[in-house]
Structure formats: C-alpha cells, structure tokens
Design a protein around this ligand. Structure first.
Ligand code: SAM
Ligand code: 2KA
Ligand code: SF4
Ligand code: MG
Length: 222
C-alpha cells in the first residue's frame, strides 16, 4: 500500500484562514517545490527531514483517535504527493470530517474539481517578496470553488499593489474568499489594513496567524 511522508501530526486550533479558531488535526507532508523567502516550515522541506511513512488507513486512524472534525493537510507542499487523492478520499470517507488543503499555488488543482464544500483549497498566490511568483499556476484561478480561499501573504508595499492587481485581473473576490495575511514580523499589520481602506477592498479579509500569538512563533507542533 502507498505510504505518505508525514513529518508531523498534531491537534491544535487552526491558526489561519476561513476555519481559523477551530480545533483541527494537522497532517504535514514532507517536501516542497518552492523556497519562499519567508517560509516558516523550511525544516519540513529538507531532504533529510525525519518523517514517518504512514498509509492512508493509519492516518485515518490517527484522526479518529483525535476525535476532531477538521483536518488540515499541509506541508511542505501536500499536493506534490502523487497519491494524495487517495489520502483525501480516505479522509472524506469519515462522516462529518472536513478537509482543508494548504497549497502553494504552483501545483494544478484541476484534478479536484469534482468536490463539495467538505474539501476546501486554501491556495496561496505567491507575491514578489516571496521570490516565487514566477511559479504560480494561473489556470488554478479557473478551478476555484466559492468556498475556497486565496491567500496573499504580504511582506511589502509592492506585494500589496501586486495582490490588488491579481484580484482585479482574475476577479478573485467573485470566485472565492480572499485573505490578506502579513509575513510574520516583516510588515506592520496596520499598513495592510490602511491599504485595504484606501483601496476600498470590501471583499478582502485580513488575518494574522493566531498560533504565532498564542505560542512562541518558532514553536512547531502547534
Ligand atoms: C508553510 S505553508 C505550507 C503549505 C503550502 N506550501 C503553502 O505555501 O501554502 C502554510 C501557509 O503558511 C504561510 N506562511 C509560511 N511562512 C509564513 C510567514 N513567515 N508568515 C506568514 N505566513 C507564512 C504560507 O504562505 C502558507 O499560506
Ligand atoms: N495552528 C496552526 N494553524 C495552521 N494553519 C495552517 C498551518 C500550516 O502550517 O499550514 C498552520 C500551523 O502550522 N499551525
Ligand atoms: S510553498 Fe509553502 S512550504 Fe514551500 S517554501 Fe513556500 S511557504 Fe514554505
Ligand atoms: Mg504553519
């Protein structure tokens, strides 16, 4: 049976996005195809990162034991695993369980177009300060569902202007739920809110990573 490279599993409150504040079980898969300037989980992307090789039934068992109804599948970049659909399918077999996939915007999401709102894509659009913008898979904008999230992680004024441009070009606020989030410690959160006010970004939501306020920002497993 196929196995998945799992660098950590833990229960915490979801600290980001539409499901923020709810208990969630995190499944973090190893490895990423990008190298964002601000990445807070570079340890999970290293070739020699320690991981468990778990089958889908083993992962499902952990979720059942934890008794949570929300699963956040993240990484690294979770959609790089060629068998990830099998894992998603197994998790969705559990009644009541919802999955949110944190994906970096560079991997096609079209394979997941037949899905209901128990499967949410929380997709980043990587801005200039990440140094990864050229890797964005723009066709993904056509495969967003109204319950999906597009997240702009913002580190500079240039990022803010670019995010606005992208939102307008792809009419993102009509297609999905749009979030602005500061690169932790890199930009004054207030600058983002001021930009939203100046530009009347009524449909954009602002967020801060809650887990970095509750715990030490460098702590893993929370
Ligand atoms: C660690 S990534 C893993 C999933 C996927 N690789 C991605 O980038 O979406 C999860 C989320 O954390 C965000 N993130 C990473 N480092 C951050 C930082 N220093 N400040 C704010 N958000 C950060 C990413 O932009 C992404 O939205
Ligand atoms: N508490 C908590 N919430 C999160 N939401 C998305 C996370 C991620 O790393 O993808 C994350 C994380 O690492 N911790
Ligand atoms: S895509 Fe996600 S995991 Fe990969 S380097 Fe960027 S923030 Fe880190
Ligand atoms: Mg994180």
């Amino acid at each position: 049976m196929e196995t998945f490279k799992v660098v950590e599993t833990f229960v915490s409150i979801n600290g980001e996005g539409k499901k923020a504040g709810r208990l969630a079980m995190f499944i973090r898969l190893k490895g990423c195809n990008l190298n964002c300037s601000y990445c807070d989980t570079t340890w999970a992307n290293k070739r020699d990162a320690r991981c468990e090789l778990l089958t889908a039934p083993q992962i499902v068992e952990r979720i059942k034991e934890a008794g949570v109804e929300l699963v956040t599948l993240t990484g690294g970049e979770p959609l790089l695993d060629e068998n990830v659909s099998e894992l998603i399918g197994s998790i969705l077999m559990m009644p009541k369980v919802e999955i949110e996939i944190e994906t970096n915007g560079s991997v096609p999401i079209r394979y997941y177009k037949e899905r209901d709102n128990r499967l949410t894509m929380t997709m980043d659009y990587k801005l200039p300060s990440s140094n990864m913008e050229e890797n964005m898979c723009l066709e993904n904008m056509e495969y967003l569902k109204p319950w999906d999230v597009v997240k702009f992680v913002i580190g500079s004024r240039e990022d803010l202007n670019r995010a606005k441009e992208i939102i307008e070009r792809f009419r993102l606020c009509e297609k999905a739920i749009v979030y602005f989030s500061p690169v932790f410690g890199k930009i004054e959160p207030e600058e983002i809110v001021e930009f939203m006010k100046e530009n009347k970004l009524n449909k954009v939501r602002f967020q801060i990573q809650i887990h970095k306020v509750v715990w030490d920002p460098d702590k893993t497993g929370v």
